[in-house]
Design a protein around this ligand. Structure first.
Ligand code: FAD
Length: 470
């Protein structure tokens, strides 16, 4: 570690690491500091990747159970979940990915990576407490805070007990809970609820809002809820959790559902998945003029904080909290800091996936967001029960919705509930970002039989309706 750098990047997750690499690739002297065990951040160690590894095992188990529907006579009654092997597979993948990230970072001559905790002493100086126990002061010209977020624990009596796990802890749990109560029906609660239900846990989801997944298309979120309930997950929305009491190996959760009558249930495990908050603890922001509130560090349109020369990106500046969003912000910020002209990521063209069963994926605006922007909104839709590919795969529920501006047919948003929806949304984002109209979808030849044909089907049906009305 040197004593002076062009850039200090704090946080080695999907926001900080690409930012540091882009700056160092341009020859800048960069120090990247990460307090965790390796490079990868929440995404790699406690988020996107481990949750999808567990989901993949759950998905394959589900497929095995459905094998008879496809004419396959397998001895499924002998199927057994080897939880240790699943966790071991996860460990190997995580390690491999972290090592690969480290190798890429070490390849850059002007990038120093230090495992340790960074703390601002003032707006141009920081103290680095390394994992080896050394303390060093460094000066920097500019800094980027990419310290991510931490799970939020709502103020419920008993919530701090060790048997109440957050998402990071449940992903590393050494057994499958017999009974799991999840506080929070957002993406993490829904994804992990379905995963553990598939592995055999009895699952109940308690959500304070009137519906699950409150930021996604209401109709599709409703269809997903029906599917979860059909699979045996108990769901209460508009539901307050009053208290969590512990006795021996049991946890007693008292909650108030819409019926207005207090209920309670004993469980062995509680997962709190009630959102995330910026991770600013120990950063020494009080030694700078960086302002923040409980939802994130305050930044302007170019990700500059209220302290000149200090920038922030990713989860630490608040919603939306996604790995791809953090990376997009970090890469644009790096180019901006290198003096290039850039357009910063626009939330109205962002993508998101709930890795539920089936997947619920989206790009661009929801119908409600478009209406709130005073757009004359049209919706083209297509139900997957008619779809060849979905029928072949035995996936006959769900729908695709295309949100467009009626005045010029410009596509504003795409929303799909179907297994495989996640892989449709990258191209949907290109379409939306390019400002293309519905006609561009209908005019392109889509391969058959694929889920991508659903775009064409939705558009054709809408255009036919439009023509018959004119
Ligand atoms: P982080 O990834 O949190 O990285 C910040 C890093 O900063 C951490 O490694 C931390 O150790 C380090 N740090 C903090 N303070 C200091 C300090 N003072 N000094 C040095 N280092 C410090 N997103 C998706 O896009 N797709 C998904 O499928 C998805 N699934 C998720 C599932 C779960 C269960 C969870 C919890 C999250 C999921 N996310 C998903 C969200 C995604 O993980 C985050 O949006 C993403 O990791 C944010 O990146 P970041 O770089 O801003 O922060």
């Amino acid at each position: 570690m040197k004593t002076h750098y062009d850039f200090l990047i704090i946080g080695g997750g999907p926001g900080g690491t690409p930012t540091a690499m882009a700056l160092a690739s341009a020859g800048k002297q960069v120090l990247l500091v990460e307090s965790g065990a390796g490079l990868g951040g929440t995404c790699l160690f406690e988020g996107c990747i481990p949750s999808k590894i567990l989901r993949e095992s759950a998905r394959r188990l589900r497929e095995l159970r459905e094998a008879a529907d496809f004419g396959l006579c397998l001895p499924t009654q002998d199927a057994r979940v080897d939880w240790y092997a699943i966790q071991e597979r996860k460990r190997v993948i995580l390690q491999r990915r972290s090592n690969a990230a480290l190798a890429r970072v070490q390849d850059l001559a002007t990038l120093d990576y230090v495992q340790g905790m960074a703390q601002f002493l003032h707006s141009r100086e920081a103290e680095i407490n390394t994992a080896e126990g050394n303390v060093q002061r460094i000066h920097f010209e500019q800094a980027v805070i990419a310290t991510g977020s931490v799970p939020f624990r709502p103020p419920i009596r008993g919530i701090d007990h060790p048997r109440v796990l957050d998402s990071g802890a449940i992903l590393a749990i050494d057994h499958i809970p017999k009974d799991l109560i999840i506080i929070g029906g957002g993406p993490i609660g829904v994804e992990l609820g379905q995963v553990f239900q598939t592995f055999g846990s009895r699952v109940m989801v308690l959500e304070a809002a009137p519906r699950l997944l409150k930021h996604v298309d209401e109709e599709l979120a409703g269809q997903l809820r029906q599917r979860m309930q059909a699979d045996g997950i108990e769901i209460h929305t508009s539901c307050q959790v009053n208290s969590i009491t512990h006795s021996g190996q049991s946890v007693y959760v008292e909650y108030l559902p819409t019926s207005g009558k207090k209920q309670h249930r004993f469980t062995d495990t509680v997962l709190v998945a009630a959102g995330r908050r910026p991770n600013i603890k120990g950063l020494g922001l009080e030694n700078t003029t960086v302002m923040h509130d409980k939802y994130g560090i305050q930044v302007d349109a170019k990700l500059q904080t209220t302290a000149a020369g200090i920038y922030a990106a990713g989860d630490v500046i608040g919603q939306p909290m996604f790995a791809h969003w953090a990376t997009a912000q970090g890469l644009m910020l790096a180019r901006h800091l290198l003096g290039q002209s850039v357009s910063f990521p626009d939330p109205s063209t962002n993508t998101a996936v709930i890795f539920s069963e089936p997947e619920l994926a989206m790009a661009g605006l929801t119908e409600t967001q478009a209406q709130e922007a005073s757009i004359d909104v049209g919706t083209a839709r297509y139900d997957f029960h008619q779809d060849a590919r979905a029928q072949i795969a035995g996936r006959n529920t769900g729908a695709l919705k295309i949100i467009f501006d009626k005045s010029n047919h410009k596509v504003l948003g795409m929303h799909a509930l179907v297994e495989g929806a996640s892989d449709l949304m990258g191209e949907a984002a290109v379409l939306i970002k390019s400002g293309l109209p519905l006609e561009a979808i209908a005019g392109a030849i889509h391969p058959h039989p694929t889920l991508s044909e659903s775009f064409v089907q939705a558009v054709r049906a809408t255009m036919a309706k439009h023509q018959s009305n004119t």
